[in-house]
Design a protein around this ligand. Structure first.
Ligand SMILES: Cc1ncc(COP(=O)(O)O)c(C=O)c1O
Length: 397
């Protein structure tokens, strides 16, 4: 590494450390440029990104179609609020709804995953006139007051004290635990259909079918938090309506992360039953539905479509699973599509570190034995080969 590059890297790190709150445990690299599945650093290194900036870079880093759309929109109009109509917003809403399961007919745009979940819970309370929300141990739903109170994972709820009342914890995958708790005053059942942060935990398709039946029977709103699973990550546009959900479509799907390829945007997709009751001023946000974010949404969805990324996720997932069989240290592969948890017989953190030293970015999880992969949807088999080679080295290191 050249002296100039070292000082630039160290200067940047020192400046961030000095002027930013110390809220993140960071990797010792300065991301300068991205292209597809690659991140280029300020010291001239190249990293294979299997973490996708926390599942955000679905289309890959700086996809040309998305970049062009954002540039063109920025030159035309960067922002105007929801008090005017906008072609960019009209097109994004139409495109998103057209790809969603047929029952989900309306979109509400906001700025992040936590905000999408807050609005989904609010809609459920408005629709039912009830207050309580059932969520699941291991689920993560965000860091704002209501969403963090719905999060029964590790330290998060504690951070959010005092919690919003009326949040109830059920056991993921156990329909009897839900049935017992879904008594009076329950407005919604909300879940991550694949619990990512918990270590990529899945539930069988019949669990989703039984949840749907329970909600229908008791007039409860069913919400899928697809902030991670949505927008192609599991090899279909959404988990909702997929075979993994036994075809079940919830009343509300929440989205964020990959939806704008890095431009902050969240959304709720809502069925007719819920949307019929929503009136002026019931929900709102200044930046939600802004033109740059909307141009990014449309271009993101088009890029996934045009590049055949959904099919790529399926074939590359199958190839990756096959190659992982060569590694006895990987005792199980959890998840679906490009939301995968590699379970090791021992702690995953040293492997995460050894991979980073070999220029591969992966993610840890709250399960110490599980390493998470959330790569861009354009990851190909040649890059899988590179990863497997480096993983073998990392495991023996
Ligand atoms: C499943 C899930 N829901 C909600 C959120 C919160 O999203 P955001 O950080 O955009 O508020 C996250 C973030 O990691 C998430 O993984």
């Amino acid at each position: 590494m050249k002296a100039e590059a070292i000082s630039k890297l160290q200067d940047t790190i020192a400046l961030e450390e000095r002027y930013q709150l110390a809220t993140y445990k960071k990797m010792p690299l300065v991301a300068e440029r991205g292209e597809g599945v690659w991140i280029f650093t300020s010291d001239g290194e190249k990293y294979l990104d299997l973490y996708g900036g926390h599942a955000v870079a679905g289309t890959g880093h700086s996809h040309p179609h998305v970049v062009k759309a954002i540039q063109a929109q920025a030159e035309r109009l960067m922002f105007y609020s929801n008090l005017v109509y906008s072609e960019a917003r009209a097109r994004a809403a139409e495109k998103l709804v057209s790809l969603a399961p047929a029952q989900l007919t309306k979109a509400f745009f906001c700025n992040s995953g936590t905000e999408a979940n807050e609005n989904a819970m609010r809609m459920a309370r408005m629709f039912t006139g009830r207050e309580n929300i059932i969520t699941f141990s291991g689920g993560f739903h965000g860091r704002t007051a209501d969403a963090i109170s719905a999060t029964f994972l590790g330290k998060y709820r504690e951070i959010g004290k005092p919690n919003v009342p009326g949040h109830i914890e059920a056991e993921f995958g156990n329909i009897d635990s839900v049935r017992l708790l879904a008594q009076e005053n329950v407005a919604a059942i909300m879940l991550e259909p694949i619990q990512s942060m918990a270590g990529v935990k899945t539930a069988p398709p019949e669990f989703f079918r039984k949840l749907r039946e329970l909600c229908d029977e008791r007039g409860i709103v069913l919400i899928f938090d697809e902030v991670q699973t949505g927008v192609g990550r599991t090899g279909g546009w959404f988990f909702a309506g997929s075979d993994a959900a036994d075809g079940v479509v919830p009343d509300v799907v929440t989205l964020a992360k990959a939806l704008g390829s890095g431009v902050p945007v969240g959304a709720c997709l809502v069925n007719e039953k819920i949307s019929a009751g929503i009136k002026e001023n019931d929900l709102g946000t200044t930046f939600g539905g802004g033109m740059i974010a909307m141009a990014a949404v449309t271009a993101t969805l088009e890029a996934i479509e045009q590049d055949g990324m959904l099919a790529n996720v399926k074939t590359t997932e199958a190839y990756l699973r096959e190659r992982l069989l060569e590694l006895p240290a990987v005792v199980a592969v959890h998840g679906r599509g490009f939301l995968l948890g590699l379970e090791f017989s021992d702690k995953a953190a040293p492997i995460h570190k050894a991979l980073l030293e070999r220029k591969i970015i992966t993610g840890t999880s709250s399960d110490p034995k599980v390493l998470r992969l959330l790569p861009p949807l354009c990851l190909k088999s040649a890059e899988v080969d590179l990863f497997v080679t480096k993983l073998k080295e990392a495991v023996s290191a």
